[in-house]
Design a protein around this ligand. Structure first.
Ligand code: PMP
Length: 384
């Protein structure tokens, strides 16, 4: 039987969004498709709150978006400061090393944030780029982008933000927060199936690209290839470099319509409210969150330690109770914690169903939980 999908991406997708995908593919050179691309690019600028941003919407996953962001800015020997708040931040470091950058890691224990002074010390060595992972999906920790992006600029570094598990759920203002490049994938808080990589580059980043002395170390992800294509679509005209994922773009256009109809403020507030209610449920069951400070806990997902005596069997019991959640991905948290995604079009029914399934699963493994305790705490927080 189908379960409720509550992993940190892919997420549940609205039937209307799916229906948009089920139509026969449009020609990528048709004006009908150009309209969908134009609408999607406009929508993305709004979702990233980047009025001066240039969106790139290309076939690929979030990792390709990371690669497009970094490969277009970094040249061999450049210094890149990576703020490492988990598994996906570490991937950013690996990617920068792949590009033969000189990587300076600023690390923190899982669930913690590094001190600002550590970041400042790294920036003082002179860096071309600082990378931040807005929400690290392996720890559920939120980086204070609004503080650390302007800090990087004071030292002349460009800022790249991995927003894969954040954009569309976690409050974000790309232009106001001075983020030069931000990126995501379609399958997270934008609530579209996986397969689209999204990068928004501000003029500062495109200018840095134009000043490169060497070629981008990726043929497919080179901004020079895609910029004329995106500019044409923005003007409502089709253009070609590589075949776009036409059906996914149709889905993206519909999802962005829903997102804009809700409004970003309302959407961020809904995610905050759901996360607060979910955390109240966890607290009532005396489950501990991996983020050490509630102020650092993401609104898009929760990463939760197992109580004593509980292990990955819990995930299977939650599944048997009708909800799919995820295991840990961070090496230090494997077998010790689980992850619940609560982003996208999620509402109260999915929240309560998930809490109920966690209670049932804990009880089936012999852990003492009062039936309905988590659901009751979440309801109390919801109606506060
Ligand atoms: N960054 C973050 C923060 C992520 O959560 C993910 C996906 N879980 C990625 C990057 C990589 O995205 P993808 O799996 O779509 O390549």
């Amino acid at each position: 039987p189908r379960t409720l999908l509550m992993i940190p991406g892919p997420v549940e997708v609205d039937p209307e969004v799916l229906a948009a995908m089920a139509r026969p593919p449009l020609s990528h050179m048709s004006s009908a498709f150009a309209v969908l691309m134009q609408e999607s690019l406009d929508g993305l600028r709004e979702v990233f709150d980047a009025p001066d941003g240039q969106p790139f919407l290309i076939p690929g996953s979030g990792t390709l978006a990371m690669e497009m962001a970094l490969a277009n800015l970094v040249e061999p020997g450049d210094r890149v400061v990576v703020v490492d708040t988990g598994y996906f931040a570490a991937r950013m470091a690996e990617l920068a090393e792949w590009l033969d950058a000189h990587v300076i890691r600023v690390t923190a224990e899982p669930g913690a944030l590094p001190d600002e002074s550590q970041i400042e010390a790294a920036l003082q060595q002179g860096a071309k780029v600082l990378t931040l992972t807005h929400v690290d999906t392996s720890t559920g920790v939120v980086a204070p982008v609004e503080r650390w992006a302007p800090l990087a600029h004071r030292y002349g570094a460009l800022v790249v933000v991995d927003g894969v598990c954040a954009v569309g759920g976690q409050r974000f203002h790309q232009t106001a927060w001075e983020v030069d490049v931000a990126l995501t994938g379609s399958q997270k808080a934008l609530a579209v199936p996986p397969g689209l990589a999204i990068v928004v580059a501000r003029p500062s980043a495109l200018e840095a690209y134009r000043r490169r002395r060497t070629r981008t170390r990726s043929y497919y992800a080179d901004w020079g290839k895609w910029l004329p294509v995106m500019e044409a679509f923005q003007a409502g005209r089709p253009a070609y470099f590589a075949t776009p994922a036409v059906n996914l773009v149709a889905a993206m256009a519909v999802s962005l319509r829903c997102i804009r109809a809700e409004g970003m403020e309302a959407r961020w507030a809904r995610h905050e409210r759901i996360a607060r209610a979910f955390r109240a449920g966890m607290q009532s069951m005396e489950l501990e969150m991996v983020p050490r400070d509630p102020a650092w806990a993401a609104v898009t997902l929760s990463v939760i330690y197992y109580p004593n005596g509980i292990d990955d069997r819990l995930i299977r019991e939650i599944e048997a109770a009708g909800v799919t959640v995820a295991g840990a991905i961070h090496p230090a948290l494997r077998g010790r914690s689980f992850r619940v995604g609560h982003m996208g079009e999620i509402g109260l029914p999915a929240l309560l169903q998930t809490l109920s399934a966690i209670e049932i699963a804990l009880r089936r493994l012999g852990h003492p939980v009062t039936p309905g305790a988590g659901v009751a705490a979440a309801q109390a927080e919801w109606t506060r």
